[in-house]
Design a protein around this ligand. Structure first.
Ligand SMILES: Cc1cc2nc3c(=O)[nH]c(=O)nc-3n(C[C@H](O)[C@H](O)[C@H](O)COP(=O)(O)OP(=O)(O)OC[C@H]3O[C@@H](n4cnc5c(N)ncnc54)[C@H](O)[C@@H]3O)c2cc1C
Length: 244
């Protein structure tokens, strides 16, 4: 059978495209190199616990239409992401907000915070590297405890050797708001994410353990590719090279 669309990837992007195209009457085939649907949002139920295999996922949007659309497939709990940072046993609220500053300095008012940040960064002119830029934005204490180690680990480099441009902005709130996301609608699907994909792909041809680059593919007219784009274009370069 020749498909109108070959969709590479059964994550949110691919599965939603498949669902909507199928509804419009197109013949769609979805492939995924993994052995399951859901992409990075895949959840598996083990002993009654929904495990987010590729890391925790919180659904968040301020778009009412999106929220209504997704709620036709699943109900959400009222989970609000309020992360904390553990610095040598001291617990701090993230993103940086008045709870963080109160714990650090015992202050209760935004003016006091601004004053401390100013005092701690007065010696820095135009920031020459990430360290100076961070201190300028949030002061030395926040930098030393909550940015320095994390950044060094993330980039595998001393922050002094990283360009200032990496963190031109850092989210700082002068309110007692611990909510990580600013979006109006937030939550985690009750029962996990996988059921959403099962519903989206219901009645659609899905071929798992099928890699776009190495496996045999069905005939198709158009492709929707949701994998790493650099990989896709590397292949294109090779094809162009062969034909030149
Ligand atoms: C740890 C972590 C936490 C996150 N937390 C959140 C969060 O809390 N909230 C949020 O909104 N977003 C979060 N995200 C981002 C979210 O995961 C992505 O935005 C979302 O999964 C993107 O969906 P997608 O369909 O584009 O890609 P994916 O979910 O990555 O799906 C792409 C699929 O394509 C398949 N594929 C790739 N290449 C090929 C190939 N050559 N052949 C066949 N199949 C292929 C892959 O196997 C994969 O299943 C998080 C991401 C990570 C990694």
């Amino acid at each position: 059978m020749k498909y109108d669309y070959l969709i590479v990837g059964a994550g949110f992007f691919g599965s939603i495209c498949a669902y909507e195209l199928n509804k419009l009457g197109y013949k769609v085939c979805v492939i995924d190199s993994r052995n399951h649907i859901g992409g990075n949002c895949y959840t598996e139920n083990k002993d009654g616990i929904n495990i987010h295999t590729y890391g925790p996922h919180i659904f968040h949007t301020s778009n009412e239409e999106v929220w209504k659309w997704i709620n036709q497939f699943v109900s959400f709990n009222n989970f609000i992401n309020t992360p904390v940072a553990n610095y040598k046993g001291e617990i701090y609220s993230l993103p940086f907000n008045m709870w963080t500053f109160n714990k650090l300095w015992g202050v209760t008012h935004p003016h006091q915070v601004q004053l401390i940040i100013e005092q701690q960064s007065r010696h820095i002119g135009e920031p020459k590297n990430l360290e100076e830029q961070a201190i300028k934005l949030v002061g030395k204490d926040v930098y030393e405890k909550l940015i320095k180690g994390y950044t060094a680990k993330q980039w595998k480099k001393d922050p002094k050797l990283l360009p200032a441009s990496i963190i031109k902005r850092l989210p700082v709130r002068f309110t007692y708001n611990n909510n990580y996301f600013n979006d109006k609608y937030q939550g985690i699907p009750i029962g996990g994410y996988t059921q959403i994909f099962e519903k989206l792909l219901d009645g659609i041809e899905v071929r798992l353990k099928t890699n776009y680059f190495t496996d045999e593919l069905p005939e198709y007219q158009k492709i929707i590719y949701t994998g790493p784009i650099d990989k896709f274009y590397n292949l294109m370069h090779i094809i162009v090279f062969i034909f030149c």
